[in-house]
Design a protein around this ligand. Structure first.
Ligand SMILES: *[C@@H]1O[C@H](CO)[C@@H](O)[C@H](O)[C@H]1NC(C)=O
Ligand SMILES: *[C@@H]1O[C@H](CO)[C@@H](O)[C@H](O)[C@H]1NC(C)=O
Ligand SMILES: *[C@@H]1O[C@H](CO)[C@@H](O)[C@H](O)[C@H]1NC(C)=O
Ligand SMILES: *[C@@H]1O[C@H](CO)[C@@H](O)[C@H](O)[C@H]1NC(C)=O
Ligand SMILES: *[C@@H]1O[C@H](CO)[C@@H](O)[C@H](O)[C@H]1NC(C)=O
Length: 471
């Protein structure tokens, strides 16, 4: 201790202590972290300066006096400059009191998994999401056996999940989605009995959907979509029925039928089985899915009859591209007060669109009724959907004048190709990102759009760029 301190009166000594709040070793570890950051265009780390108490630096928390306990740096995905480049310095291992590290949406942090974290016995929460970390996950990842949450979502990790993952038995969250991981889902994951949230979606996992779901009494969210998983929906998934809110198995190569027991999932909010090879009927037990808000069964080989659901309201429904012949848009859909996305492409619907009177249209963002036998006009419907973003009606018998269609400001996608639409293309379409009115009976000069010629082909007498000029 500096001998001159002995001569300071008590209040001054107190102020001196406050001014030196940050532990010097912690400060040096953080400055070394900063020096491995090579670009910080939005100034996320501007407040990190020696001489300033490091407990006051942006993203740094000291909850034990003087010692750094958490580091949370967040980029902003909607601000192009709010990112960091560089690597994660091994100096983090010199923050012995660290219990949480959150490096989220920084986008351009690269390098391997920071094994320096293995030296932090108090570390409980690791969220390194939406960066560019790469290489394999370390075989010794099970070293961090005290961890309660591990998220490496949105990086570029390759190779398999190490089998030592089975030692992370305190995890309540394991999120490895949106990486390039391969191999099968390791059986050792069944040791993680406290998991409430497991997401492995958007990787390249192969092999069957594991059949160990009896081990997860607390699981609320299970995301396995967008992999290459095979086999049937396993029997043991039924053990998750009391608590599971999200079950996402879409975009895999799953075969077999939808098991009857899925109807017992009373707490289910979201079920995604889309883009698999599932066949057979949707079980009658689905009537009991009274809390389902998001149901996506699209792009399978499901057949009639589709059960009448007892939901109070559905938010999004996609039954497209199966082998259904629904005839009409189901009543429980039409009466939903909260629906924002309805996709019933190629569902065997034969109806006059003017006869469809949804009880609430306020929330509609997306409507896809392509490839059915729907006639008359969407003019009245689109006159009621103030916030519509996309309307797809290709391959029907819609018969109306295009200039009568109200094109709201928010509309970005409009596909009316292969119908009986007549009249002319109105100037209102110029704001659309995607437009397709090919193969109709339109005529007249086109307004100036950025849309390719293919979107206008096959009409009676359209002219002007990108088609040949008008005579
Ligand atoms: C992202 O990081 C890489 C490697 O550090 C660097 O070469 C590149 O310039 C960075 N990108 C941006 C936009 O700064
Ligand atoms: C984890 O790794 C660190 C450093 O590599 C080592 O000191 C520690 O003993 C290991 N802990 C466990 C539980 O394996
Ligand atoms: C819905 O659940 C009830 C009570 O568990 C059960 O008796 C009934 O059979 C179920 N309905 C269907 C259609 O499976
Ligand atoms: C569209 O709705 C407005 C009122 O909201 C109404 O005045 C108008 O007649 C409607 N247009 C069509 C084509 O139904
Ligand atoms: C427009 O629709 C036609 C017919 O449905 C399709 O063949 C074509 O690829 C579409 N063009 C564009 C640009 O989306």
């Amino acid at each position: 201790m500096n001998p001159s301190l002995f001569f300071l009166p008590f209040p001054l000594l107190f102020i001196f202590n406050l001014a030196s709040a940050c532990n010097l070793a912690d400060q040096n570890a953080l400055l070394a972290f900063k020096s491995a950051i090579t670009a910080d265009p939005s100034g996320i780390l501007t407040s990190w300066k020696s001489g300033v108490d490091c407990c006051t630096w942006a993203g740094v928390t000291c909850s034990i006096p003087n010692r750094v306990t958490s580091l949370s740096l967040y980029g902003q995905l909607d601000r192009p400059n709010a990112f960091l480049s560089g690597t994660i310095s091994a100096s983090l291992s010199n923050l012995p009191y660290l219990d949480g590290i959150y490096l989220v949406n920084l986008r351009n942090i690269s390098g391997p998994f920071p094994t320096s974290l293995f030296k932090l016995p108090k570390l409980l929460f690791v969220y390194i999401e939406n960066n560019k970390l790469s290489g394999q996950l370390p075989a010794a990842i099970g070293n961090m056996s005290q961890l309660e949450a591990l998220s490496l979502e949105g990086n570029r990790f390759t190779g398999p999940i190490p089998s030592s993952i089975s030692k992370l038995t305190r995890l309540t969250q394991l999120k490895l989605g949106s990486n390039l991981l391969t191999g099968s889902i390791p059986i050792g994951i069944q040791q993680l009995k406290s998991l409430t949230f497991l997401s492995l979606e958007r990787n390249r996992f192969t092999g069957p959907v594991p059949d160990f779901w009896g081990s997860f009494p607390e699981l609320r969210i299970l995301r396995l979509s967008h992999n290459k998983l095979t086999g049937k929906i396993p029997r043991s998934i039924s053990a998750l029925a009391p608590k599971l809110n999200y079950l996402e198995l879409g975009h895999n190569s799953i075969t077999g039928n939808i098991p009857e027991f899925l109807g017992n999932f009373r707490a289910l909010d979201t079920l995604d089985l889309s883009s698999n090879f599932i066949s057979g009927v949707v079980p009658k037990s689905f009537r009991n899915l009274t809390k389902i808000f998001n149901l996506d069964l699209s792009r399978n080989s499901l057949v009639d009859p589709f059960p009448e659901l007892l939901v109070k309201g559905i938010e999004s429904l996609d039954l497209s591209y199966n082998k259904f012949h629904l005839g009409k848009i189901p009543k429980w859909v039409t009466s939903s007060p909260i629906i924002y996305s309805l996709k019933l492409a190629k569902c065997g619907i034969k109806m006059k669109l003017d006869d469809w009177k949804p009880s609430e249209t306020y929330f509609y963002d997306y409507i896809d009724l392509s490839e059915n036998e729907i006639w008359s006009s969407p003019v009245n419907l689109l006159n009621r959907t103030d916030y519509l973003v996309g309307f797809w009606g290709a391959g029907n018998k819609l018969n109306f004048k295009l200039q009568d269609l109200r094109i709201v400001k928010r509309l970005k996608y409009l596909d009316l190709s292969r119908n009986l639409v007549s009249g002319k293309v109105p100037g209102g379409v110029v704001g659309l990102e995607k437009l397709n009115v090919s193969y109709n009976h339109l005529c007249g000069r086109l307004p100036a759009t950025k849309v390719p010629a293919a979107s206008f082909l096959g009409n009676d007498c359209l002219c002007g760029a990108p088609l040949p000029s008008c005579k």
